[in-house]
Design a protein around this ligand. Structure first.
Ligand SMILES: [Zn+2]
Length: 60
């Protein structure tokens, strides 16, 4: 599955970029891995983070 999106700055086709980041949990020394997805334009370095629509809050 390859999605594309047009860059609002220059009209170039942006690419979906996925990266993992560690998000620290407030009050603890723990960090939970989080996948960040964003559109990146190869022409002008414009990027746009994609907000996750499905959010899960694991209590535990
Ligand atoms: Zn662009």
């Amino acid at each position: 599955m390859s999605e594309t999106k047009e860059c609002p700055m220059c009209g170039e086709a942006m690419r979906l970029h996925e990266s993992q980041t560690l998000e620290h949990v407030p009050g603890t020394s723990q960090a939970t891995p989080r996948t960040v997805r964003e559109w990146r334009c190869p022409e002008c370095d414009y990027f746009e983070e994609i907000e996750e629509t499905t959010r899960r809050s694991d209590g535990d």
